[in-house]
Design a protein around this ligand. Structure first.
Ligand code: SF4
Length: 426
């Protein structure tokens, strides 16, 4: 049996591939790429059918973070010209969230830059959730607020949070190369706190930061070990003004191999194409849907995605369907486990109000992986004034960026939606 037959059989039976098999996926050739996608697609369809879950990011607080995550536009010392603002009012955040739900999102991801929330911040998030659920009582809520202190996860669960996002981002061995103000162990601790409080754990990675194949496999195995219900796969958006601004290391083919490796290692988990989808997968985005079962709708935290309608059109054109609020996300066996832990996600029927299960968030967020998260982006610059001109999103940027080059033309800083007077992209 060749590699792909073996991986497909293991994925259909929820068996863990060997490290060598996971590495071999990353080493496949372009001639083998469609076979890799087809094999991962069989596993995806087994556990998630043709459903695509849509998640919508709301950046509650943007930029000015005291942490120094190299990939993040919101980091300490970032010169990236992103939006910078402090906590949105609950009604402002609710306006953006409701637009996302109207656009088809099943989950809203509430993200705030910073090392971690104060107890006052938890109260702010509680008020925001109240404002959202007044209008959309069935929506899943994921919070992405950074490192959690004792009892904060329980408090979030009590106010209606279904899932908590906190990405590991990269391997334990290289974590110190991308951040010095907190540790890999700090991140693991927060994911465990969230899980222990009954929140669905959402934790993922960022590819394209100069890591090795071994690093990618290490972090994905660690995420499986942690029991993440959802794994956002971010592709680094190299913001000008950050230390990784010249790290253009990814190709669309490489992104598909990474997604396939994640799917084989985490076959029955929500795999989300997160930040960097448009910039790095470009015209191959629809092939990514054959592997991943989840994406973000519209914009990211500090960068703009393609138009929300373009996301919906892509899903339809590729023969997939948007997952509804009444549908289970995770397979029943995972939803049952999550519910036993305390209400995590997976099941829609569940999620929504803590009467059901919840899932994860991510947002790509690396949350605080990305600064708030990964896909997230970063911050800086004052909020846009009403009447500012909004340029059309570059739909498919040219793919000729070379490592070592600045390509700010490929990165579109978010200038609409939360924190501005302009309508959200949803
Ligand atoms: S990833 Fe989060 S913690 Fe790190 S710099 Fe960005 S906002 Fe701050």
């Amino acid at each position: 049996m060749d590699l792909l037959d073996t991986l497909t059989a293991k994925g259909l039976n929820r068996e863990l591939p060997t490290r060598e098999e996971a590495l071999a996926v990353l080493a496949t050739t372009d001639d083998e790429l469609l076979d890799v996608v087809a094999a991962a697609g069989r596993v995806r369809r087994q556990w998630f059918g043709r459903r695509v879950k849509l998640n919508y990011l709301v950046n509650l607080k943007s930029g000015l973070c005291p942490e120094d995550c190299n990939y993040c536009s919101q980091r300490l010392g970032s010169k990236a010209e992103i939006l910078k603002y402090t906590w949105l009012k609950p009604e402002e955040a609710a306006q953006a969230a409701v637009a996302g739900v109207a656009g088809g999102a099943k989950r809203v991801c509430l993200v705030a830059s910073g090392r971690g929330p104060t107890d006052r911040d938890i109260e702010r998030v509680a008020s925001t959730i109240g404002a959202i659920k007044e209008q959309e009582p069935g929506v899943e809520i994921c919070a992405c607020l950074g490192l959690l202190s004792d009892n904060q996860a329980e408090r979030l669960a009590a106010v209606g949070v279904d899932a908590y996002n906190h990405n590991l981002n990269t391997s334990e061995g290289t974590y110190g190369d991308i951040t010095t103000t907190h540790t890999y162990a700090d991140r693991v601790d927060t994911v465990q706190k969230a899980h222990g409080a009954g929140l669905s754990a959402c934790s993922g990675l960022i590819a394209g930061m100069g890591e090795s194949d071994e690093d990618l496999v290490d972090v994905v195995y660690a995420l499986r070990e942690l029991g993440s219900d959802s794994v956002p796969v971010n592709f680094l958006i190299p913001f000008e003004g950050t230390p990784l601004a010249k790290e253009w290391n990814l190709t669309p083919q490489r992104c598909l191999r990474i997604l396939a490796m994640v799917r084989f290692v985490c076959p029955d988990v929500e795999v989300r194409i997160a930040g960097g989808r448009e910039v790095h997968l470009r015209s191959l985005q629809p092939l990514g849907l054959h592997i991943a079962n989840s994406i973000f709708l519209g914009d990211y935290l500090t960068s703009e995605g393609q138009a929300g309608q373009a996301d919906l059109d892509m899903i339809k054109d590729a023969g997939f369907e948007v997952e509804g609020q009444g549908e289970m996300t995770l397979p029943r066996h995972r939803a049952d486990v999550s519910a036993a832990v305390g209400g995590g996600c997976g099941g829609a029927s569940a999620c929504g109000s803590h009467e059901t299960a919840a899932e994860t968030a991510a947002t790509g967020c690396g949350g605080h992986a990305g600064g708030g998260c990964g896909p997230c982006g970063d911050a800086h610059a004052a909020p846009a004034e009403q009447g500012d001109t909004v340029e059309p999103v570059a739909e498919q940027p040219a793919a000729d960026a070379e490592p070592g080059e600045l390509r700010s033309d490929l990165v579109k800083v978010r200038r609409r939606g939360a924190g501005t007077e302009l309508a959200p992209n949803a």
